[in-house]
Design a protein around this ligand. Structure first.
Ligand SMILES: Cc1cc2nc3c(=O)[nH]c(=O)nc-3n(C[C@H](O)[C@H](O)[C@H](O)COP(=O)(O)OP(=O)(O)OC[C@H]3O[C@@H](n4cnc5c(N)ncnc54)[C@H](O)[C@@H]3O)c2cc1C
Length: 343
């Protein structure tokens, strides 16, 4: 079986690695752009936790984390930091099923805290009454770029071809037309080009399947709130984690859709809102002029969200749609996608 994959982000590289590990006599060619600067994998905040709001979303996240924690090679390659995670929920949130999944996959990791317990342990302030939180011990953050770099090395060791040559379109066969004017035929081709995937599909005359590109950005401030690892506050969408030796990364959801992934432009108004909201929630950053650095990039969104193998045409698949969350699920999603591709 010959498989051609377009896209050398964490999704494409992990899928290639899974295929090589699980399928005897498979040939995998991975096509990447010359530089990966600014792609989602390079920019990612890398927050990983098992908890998600529904059991089906929870499963791939929890399974990814369980495999990562149990595999010293993956853990080291991704520079996984187990700083814990807090997911703040509005009053009345129903989480019985996701917690059941978490307990099955990562036993003993998650606890449900009430508002008073929460404010006693963490620096949150001004939370509405009735807030609860899922606190996970086995969670934190990792480096998707570090994981990608290590996996690229493992791929070449296992005989995959990695070519720094972009794919221009998908042709019948299926085949990949390449930037040097040549065409390569395969039994299956996979577009794992992240935010560039919808344009690649459209250029190939294939349906985009409702995929869209959305900006994601965060700001890293000097200094950090005490006693806090990774967190999400569902009400505002604010998320954050420690960064480097003494910084803290903070973000809010962007409303910039259909941006050009090749030229990310930080949204200054959003960065200001992040500082205001974080000061209200955490008392950090202490002042708007604290030294900070904003990073903007984008990701491919799909409804429903999730990094999955999806059919786009005869022998043509996409492996994207992580919608801002594929660092959490890529370890498990790539295993599932490799098995589905071979079937
Ligand atoms: C700022 C930011 C913060 C994030 N934070 C988190 C987080 O905290 N937790 C979490 O779980 N997720 C997070 N995510 C999401 C997660 O990082 C992404 O879902 C994931 O990295 C997507 O990986 P990918 O391989 O699909 O895409 P990408 O990393 O974008 O990779 C796609 C690759 O395809 C290449 N390419 C493009 N066109 C072509 C072509 N024609 N031919 C060949 N190659 C091509 C690109 O150069 C790129 O290298 C974040 C994303 C962003 C942008």
């Amino acid at each position: 079986m010959r498989v051609g994959i377009a896209g050398g982000g964490v999704a494409g590289t992990m899928l290639a690695w899974r295929l090589l590990r699980s399928v005897p006599r498979i040939a995998v060619d991975l096509y990447t752009t010359r530089s990966a600067d600014g792609d989602a994998t390079s920019a990612s905040g890398g927050l990983v936790r098992g908890f998600e709001r529904t059991a089906p979303e929870c499963l791939p996240a929890a399974r990814s984390l369980a495999e990562l924690r149990g595999d010293p090679a993956l853990r080291t390659a991704s520079d996984y930091r187990e700083v814990g995670a807090v997911y703040l929920l509005p009053s009345g949130a129903e989480v019985t099923e996701p917690l059941r999944v978490l307990e099955e996959v990562l036993p003993g990791s998650a606890t449900l805290l009430t508002g008073p317990e929460l404010t006693g342990r963490y620096p949150f302030r001004g939370l509405p009454t009735g807030v609860t939180a899922v606190v996970e011990r086995h969670a934190g953050y990792l480096s998707p770029a570090g994981l990608r770099a290590a996996v690229l090395g493992w791929l070449t060791d296992r005989g995959a071809t990695v070519r720094r040559l972009p794919v221009t379109t998908v042709g019948p066969g299926p085949a990949l037309r390449l930037a040097d004017g040549t065409t390569a035929g395969y039994d299956a081709v996979v577009l794992a080009a992240g935010a560039w995937t919808p344009a690649l599909l459209a250029a190939s005359g294939l349906p985009t399947g409702g995929m869209r590109v959305k900006q994601i950005q965060y700001t890293v401030y000097e200094g950090r709130p005490a006693r806090l690892g990774a967190f999400v506050w569902e009400d505002t969408g604010m998320w954050g984690r420690p960064a480097g030796d003494a910084g803290f990364l903070l973000g809010l959801p962007s409303d910039r859709w259909d941006v050009d992934p090749s030229c990310p432009r930080p949204d200054a108004a959003l960065a200001e809102r992040v500082a205001e909201e974080a000061r209200r929630l955490l008392g950090h950053p202490p002042a708007a002029h604290c030294p900070h650095r904003t990073t903007a990039s984008s990701d491919c969104y799909h409804d429903p969200p999730g990094l999955e193998l999806r059919e786009a045409g005869p022998g043509v698949f996409t492996f994207t749609g992580g919608s801002g969350g594929a660092a959490k699920t890529v370890v498990a999603a790539s295993r599932v996608a490799a098995a589905a591709l071979v079937r």
